[in-house]
Design a protein around this ligand. Structure first.
Ligand SMILES: [Zn+2]
Length: 419
């Protein structure tokens, strides 16, 4: 077989293998959920009442059925892009229109990205206004939803487009070691985003207000002092404008760090349970999980840029998808972007395992810090109930896809923490 033909077949195989493996995992998961659907599992009798449990089963199955369609659609879109000839044709058209150069090439990549997002819009809308609506989670209006998409597009245009141009230029400026420079630029950009996120990006979408004085604020500030974490700002985010799902997170780093609580979380948990959730978040911070994760992702992007440079040195790769020799970095970069998800999928059990280890550590930190396991346990149970979490995922499915351990695993680990 010709090398270019082999590359095409291999790419097709990688995409279909990922899709098939995911479909099998989802099928195993649905079967596991249906097997347990009859009655609330013994371990969860205190957590969920039978009607809520039935709804969580229905919600899990509805999400999974939806995922089957949306995933198949995404695969179809990628296959059409890769094998219909539309990519080299549009690349030629954009270069014809704007001339060969980094601005034109970046515009082409950006345009393909926009087309891929547009193709998934109907599914996103369905998920929000049908699926989430049916289970009482949706609180978004069509106007807010549309405006969110427009803002997202403008953000990508303002931040992503110049970055792309810069990276495309580096090949000419830096010679064979360009990919190391590109990696450094990309890393700097990510750090900048970490700083900008809470100050500029988050307020574009949400209203953030300081947590008002009261029992909760006093508790949380005391917790911060006890944990040696000088929490300057605790902000409340109006998550309820979009969804009834709840969350809490840290954003920014160093001087810029902020604690953000969803208003939905404040409504669902008692002050002591919120304190436990926050102690867990501080655990992530104090145990160095954030720099560790940053370093991990930096290594992954370094590997990614190395692969892109390696592929760029092999003209057969881009020509396997119809690009003329000497098309430059843009086609290789885009092809890598379309294919890399199907390859990195096989790393997700490893990465999610790492993430789950951090979750266990943060849980233990919270329990030790509060000298009690009960507040965190109560919070976790309530969050499972309010979010209609799947209580009985298939072990292989959760190992693959869950960045957080299941409730049962977390409670079992908590029980072993000396407090
Ligand atoms: Zn966590």
């Amino acid at each position: 077989m010709e090398l270019t033909k082999f590359i095409g077949v291999a790419a097709f195989g990688v995409i279909v293998a990922r899709w098939a493996a995911d479909a099998v995992l989802a099928w195993l998961n649905r079967r596991e959920v249906q097997d347990h659907a009859g009655a609330v599992p013994m371990a969860y009798r205190d957590t969920m009442d039978p009607p809520t449990y039935r709804r969580s089963v229905e919600y899990t199955l509805a999400l999974s059925r939806f995922g089957r369609w949306s995933d198949a659609w995404e695969v179809l879109v990628v296959l059409v892009l890769l094998f219909s000839g539309v990519l080299p044709a549009s690349f030629g058209a954009v270069r014809g229109l704007l001339g060969a150069g980094a601005w034109a090439d970046a515009a082409w990549i950006f345009g393909v990205g926009v087309a891929v997002s547009l193709a998934s819009l109907p599914f996103e809308a369905w998920a929000q206004f049908r699926l989430e609506q049916r289970f009482g989670f949706n609180t978004t209006t069509v106007a807010t939803w549309c405006l969110d998409r427009v803002k997202g597009f403008l953000l990508a245009l303002v931040l992503g487009y110049p970055l792309m141009v810069f990276i495309l230029r580096l090949v000419d400026w830096m010679g064979p070691r360009w990919w190391l420079w590109a990696w450094a630029v990309f890393l700097g950009f990510q750090l900048l985003l970490l700083v900008l996120a809470p100050i500029v990006i988050l307020p574009l979408f949400n209203k953030l207000t300081p947590l008002p004085d009261g029992e909760l604020r006093t508790r949380l500030l005391q917790l911060g002092q006890r944990a040696g974490f000088n929490a300057r700002t605790i902000l409340v985010m109006d998550g309820s404008r979009r969804s009834r799902h709840s969350n809490a997170f840290f954003t920014g780093f160093g001087r810029f760090r902020k604690i953000v609580l969803f208003d939905t979380l404040i409504a669902q948990l008692s002050p002591v349970e919120l304190e436990a959730v926050l102690a867990h978040e501080m655990g992530h911070y104090k145990l160095g999980h954030i720099p560790k994760r940053l370093a991990g992702s930096a290594l992954m992007t370094l590997a990614g840029f190395w692969v892109i440079a390696w592929l760029l040195g092999r003209p057969e790769f881009a020509s396997a998808f119809g690009f003329a020799p000497g098309s430059g970095l843009a086609p290789t970069l885009l092809l890598f972007g379309l294919l890399s998800g199907s390859v990195s999928f096989w790393l997700s059990p490893l990465l999610n395992h790492w993430s789950r280890v951090h979750e266990f550590e943060a849980d233990a930190f919270a329990a030790r810090n509060m000298a009690s396991r009960e507040p965190l346990q109560g919070a976790l149970r309530k969050l499972c109930e309010k979010n209609l979490s799947n209580l009985t995922p298939h072990p292989l499915y959760s190992a693959w896809h869950y960045s957080h351990p299941t409730l049962l695993e977390r409670e079992a680990a908590l029980a072993r923490v000396p407090v």
